[in-house]
Design a binder for this molecule. Structure first.
Ligand SMILES: Nc1ncnc2c1ncn2[C@@H]1O[C@H](COP(=O)(O)OP(=O)(O)OP(=O)(O)O)[C@@H](O)[C@H]1O
Ligand SMILES: [Mg+2]
Length: 512
């Protein structure tokens, strides 16, 4: 009776301890290991191991063990092989009272079977998984004639179930983590595709900021005000916002406010009813209506007259308007993007632009920096325009010469990207070789380094510039070697050296 009670206490104590160990462990592996130690310390288990099925190979390998030799810990089974393999396959436990008398015992973990002094009892229980066992727990106990195998088996089955749960929690957490990782990668990929503004060129930090702003605002319905000097790419950005928004498949309608006379702008924006004025022979939809569910781009908003500003303000506030000569309100779902190169604050001060309209438009503003403030983009833009126009004009132009690049870099670009594009198109037209030279660029740039203003250039200066170009180019090809450069130009080293000095060319520059 006393013995029974003490064995009962041992049974419960073991379960409580194992449970606590699994709960406290930082990883399931550590929990299993601690659990096995408890079986050894509290339950007198001599050797024990947890064997799990590897998802990749399908083999059964030891995950945690107590009392095994180093070699024993490396043991593995194929499913169905030996007692362990059978237990995992069938899900039924096996009890071998005396292993010395069991022929199917594989002895993978290297027990000393021949020992006469001690006989071993072996118990193998499945570790349950979602549907099938995910592994097994092997236990060696010292053989005892009157051992209650049922009771022991019961304990080990409960412990194995606890192990199985701990491992399953880990699997679920791992699967969830993997799912989140996958989802994250997918979302990033989607973002990259959606916000791939590959047609807008620029890697300078102000342009990167612009890209970030586009990405941030595109998917919303927010009104956007794009500001920047003429030719900086405001229209391009308005396009990018629309085509990266949920309205991408709906119309993008542009209104050039500066191009429309005051008398026409309102009928263009809001449309008119039949008979609204002489010549209005039928009802006509305005741009607002045509942009329904899409984007309306109001370019040069700074040029809009005051009475139209009032009407525009009302549409922005109420999302509805009346056609000219009409009384029935028209409701529209339009996202507004406005652009301007005029200083709206000044216009407000001069009372030519309404402050309340400015306030409505300026919900999210993007400032496009002038080209002179993002010099690192110049070369990228120039190369891309060169590729485009060379192809367009059927020319095999490969590159821009160093002196020409220097000039592009030194110029202050009052017309911004548009001016650069025009200049490169012209250069591609006049260029007859594979390289754009300084003399292919307009005179505006020839003296740009000095003043940034237009000036006449003399024949001798032009010839000199051309000569300098040719020499620099040859030096570039020969990495600064004057003798070879002279040969390329069908000249002598003496002459080249003289010209190098005369034009102040720094040969070291080409050696790097
Ligand atoms: N970052 C850029 N990458 C490639 N092309 C650009 C870039 N910025 C501008 N461009 C090109 O420069 C030209 C002028 O751009 P855009 O018409 O968008 O300028 P804008 O700011 O609207 O000028 P404006 O105020 O005079 O109307 C266009 O041909 C456009 O394709
Ligand atoms: Mg524009």
């Amino acid at each position: 009776m006393k013995k029974k009670r003490s064995s009962e206490a041992k049974f419960l104590a073991t379960l409580v301890e194992v449970n606590g160990a699994l709960a406290a462990a930082r990883s399931p592996h550590a929990g299993l290991q601690r659990g096995l130690e408890i079986l050894r310390d509290l339950y007198g288990v001599s050797r024990t191991s947890v064997v799990l099925r590897r998802t990749d190979s399908g083999r059964l390998e030891i995950e945690a063990s107590e009392g095994l030799t180093v070699e024993g810990r490396r043991a593995s089974w194929t499913p169905g092989e030996g007692i362990t393999g059978q237990v995992v396959q069938t899900g039924r436990p096996v009890v071998v009272p005396r292993i010395s008398q069991e022929p199917s015992f594989l002895n993978r973990t290297g027990r000393r079977l021949k020992s006469r002094t001690s006989e071993t009892t072996f118990i193998c229980v499945p570790i349950p998984g979602h549907r099938k066992p995910i592994g097994a727990m092997n236990v060696d106990l010292p053989f005892q004639k009157d051992r209650d195998y049922e009771r022991d088996l019961q304990l080990f089955r409960v412990v194995a179930t606890m192990f199985g749960q701990a491992l399953r929690v880990k699997q679920l957490v791992e699967a969830e983590r993997q799912r989140l990782l996958d989802e994250n990668i997918h979302l990033k990929e989607e973002l990259k595709q959606r916000y791939d503004f590959s047609h807008i060129i620029g890697t300078s930090s102000p342009m990167r900021q612009v890209f970030e702003q586009i990405a941030r605002v595109a998917s919303t319905n927010t009104t956007v005000l794009i500001r920047g000097e003429s030719g900086t790419g405001k229209e391009l950005i308005a396009h990018a916002i629309h085509y990266n928004s949920t309205r991408a498949k709906k119309p993008f309608v542009k209104v050039s406010c500066a191009a429309l006379p005051d008398s026409l702008i309102e009928s263009e924006l809001f449309g008119y009813e039949k008979g609204a004025f002489t010549g209005a022979t039928a009802r006509k939809k305005g741009r607002f209506e045509r942009a329904d569910r899409g984007t309306l781009f109001l370019d040069e908003i700074g040029d809009i007259n005051l009475s139209t500003q009032v009407k525009l303000l009302r549409v922005l506030q109420e999302r509805e308007f009346e056609r000219l000569g009409g009384t029935e309100p028209v409701k529209v779902d339009v996202r507004l993007i406005a652009a301007t190169n005029t200083d709206l604050e000044k216009a407000i001060a001069a009372k030519t632009f309404r402050e309340d309209l400015h306030y409505r438009l300026n919900v999210f503003s993007i400032f496009v920096p002038p080209l002179r403030e993002r010099k690192t983009d110049i070369l990228l833009l120039a190369d891309s325009f060169l590729e485009k126009y060379a192809a367009e004009h059927g020319k095999a132009i490969k590159r821009i010469s160093t002196p020409a690049i220097d000039m592009l870099m030194a110029y202050h670009w009052p017309g911004n990207v548009r001016e650069l594009e025009n200049i490169i198109e012209r250069a591609a037209l006049v260029c007859d070789g594979s390289v754009v030279h300084a003399h292919h660029l307009p005179p505006t740039l020839q003296t740009a380094e000095a003043s940034g203003t237009v000036s006449e250039i003399s024949l001798s200066e032009s010839v000199g510039a051309y000569e300098r170009d040719l020499i620099q180019d040859a030096l570039k090809t020969t990495r600064g070697n004057r003798l070879q450069a002279a040969k390329l130009l069908n000249s002598t080293e003496r002459i080249i050296s003289y010209k190098v000095k005369k034009h102040g060319i720094d040969c070291r520059r080409f050696r790097e």
